[in-house]
Design a protein around this ligand. Structure first.
Ligand code: ADP
Ligand code: ASP
Ligand code: MG
Length: 436
């Protein structure tokens, strides 16, 4: 069987859902399990609702209208969502009543986007002769810990497979959401439906995990930033993970792990061009003769600097720094050290002020927001002596001076930290240099 995940824009309008039906219909022989995101923009609307409901604004009209319009265009009854929308309204009123939204309540609220869209898609399939069943991922057995907002999956004991085996229709499963062991609804983090797809692929021993999106696959850079970006036909699990981790939004960073565990190929495909082969991500693939495979970028990066003469000749200093980061749940991406200073980067702004206060006991601390990470990814970089010089020349000629540089010993990537204002120029210059 295969898993086919359709992202927000792929199920964003009635026309795109009609298109999805045809894509799935043509692949019925491969026994697809369909995973869907919320209609594009809906999760943002729910985030907004979760922020204003505690302050008294529980208006859900725009969100309801969006869903009703899609149902109407698809010829589906507008009563389809009545009970779910009723629940959502009650939840919003509950937040207003207590004047706050707990992380648990927020996750429950965010889960409605996928639950609504799965119902729409399944009903539309069924209406057109492709019998389908909407399934909430938590009912299908997807379990996580209770870290609301970015829950981590718990090991699967075969329950997902048992559940899906009992479904006769085409399963249309919600992406992005799951439940903890107490039955509380959790979410896997923004953009998490890709991750759901690969968790289901792993649990079901799929032959392929297909990520259907709005571009021709994984490209040499984000096509929204670099018009010249081109699709990549094949890449390795390592390269795809690095690219996703360093900002290639096309895949959620955790997507590759569950696929890698069972060596299941991940294919990234374009719903607007279904016949196009897209990108296939395979174990241990190496593109002959290639150096850089892609340029990734990530906004919203903070620099955390610690300056202290006390680091001189001591041991255990870094341990204290990382210990503090772990305590405050701040994820560190890059680290650069000198004898008297440490610079770290992170994109998790939550708790950063508390971390900075704690680190203040170790030295003088400054936090600089407004940075971005630009990263070159590719296996071939390890063998190429000139790649570093070429990359630095390219950004320098574009007038950009990186604040932090990092190249691991494994050398699948080279990361530069620049200001957000310089990011676009840096990405374009690097892309032009390595993909002339
Ligand atoms: P979906 O809703 O289908 O999950 P996303 O918006 O999450 O879609 O991801 C697809 C988007 O990722 C593309 O529209 C593109 O702008 C962006 N993107 C960023 N980096 C890359 C890349 N290297 N290759 C392809 N797309 C990329
Ligand atoms: N709907 C969720 C989001 O917008 C998950 C996803 O689209 O992957 O973040
Ligand atoms: Mg996505």
């Amino acid at each position: 069987m295969i898993v086919m995940k359709f992202g927000g824009t792929s199920v964003g309008t009635a026309a795109s859902i009609q298109n999805v039906l045809e894509i799935v219909r043509r692949r019925l022989a491969r026994r697809p399990v369909v995973v869907v995101s919320a209609h594009s923009g809906v999760t943002d609307m729910l985030v907004d609702l979760s922020q204003r409901a505690p302050r008294g604004n529980v208006d859900t009209a725009r969100l309801e209208e969006r869903h009703r319009a899609i149902l109407a265009e698809l010829g589906l009854p507008d009563t389809l969502h009545e009970s779910l929308l009723q629940e959502l309204r009650e939840l919003a009123r509950g937040m207003k009543l207590v004047g706050e939204a707990s992380p648990r309540a927020i996750d429950l609220m965010l889960s409605f986007g996928e639950r609504l869209s799965a119902r729409t898609v399944a009903a539309y399939f069924t209406l057109h002769g492709l019998e389908a069943r909407a399934i909430d991922a938590f009912d299908a057995g997807l379990r996580t810990d209770s870290t609301f907002g970015r829950a981590r999956p718990l090991p699967d004991d075969g329950r997902v497979k048992r559940f899906i085996a009992g479904v006769r229709e085409v399963p249309v499963v919600t992406g992005y959401i799951a439940a903890d062991e107490h039955g509380n609804v959790t979410t896997l983090g923004r953009n998490g439906s890709d991750y759901s797809a690969s968790l289901f692929g792993n649990a079901l021993d799929a032959e392929e995990i297909q990520i259907w999106t709005d571009v021709d696959g994984v490209m040499t850079a984000d096509p929204k930033l670099v018009a010249e970006a081109r699709p990549i036909a094949t890449m390795s699990f390592d390269e795809a993970s690095e690219l996703a981790y360093y900002g290639g939004k096309v895949l959620h960073p955790a997507t590759i792990l569950p696929a890698m565990e069972k060596a299941i190929p991940v294919r990234v495909l374009n719903t607007r061009r279904p016949e196009y082969a897209g990108t296939v991500v395979l174990p241990d693939y190496e593109e002959a003769g290639s150096v850089v495979r892609a340029v990734a970028h990530k906004r919203g990066v903070h620099l955390v600097n610690i300056v202290t003469p006390r680091m001189l000749q001591t041991h255990g200093f870094l341990a204290k720094v990382f210990d503090a980061a772990a305590r405050h749940e701040v994820v560190i991406d890059l680290v650069a050290t000198s004898e008297i200073s440490i610079t770290m980067t992170t994109d998790s702004a939550r708790h950063l002020d508390r971390l900075a206060a704690d680190l203040g006991q170790l030295g003088r601390v400054t936090v600089e927001p407004g940075h971005a990470m630009v990263c070159l990814v590719g296996h071939g970089m390890a063998k190429d002596r000139m790649v570093l010089a070429r990359a630095l020349t390219a950004v320098a000629e574009a007038g950009v001076r990186p604040r932090v540089l990092s190249q691991g010993a494994i050398r699948v990537n080279l990361a530069l930290v620049v200001t957000e204002a310089e990011m676009e120029r840096a990405v374009k210059a690097l892309h032009a240099c390595f993909f002339p």
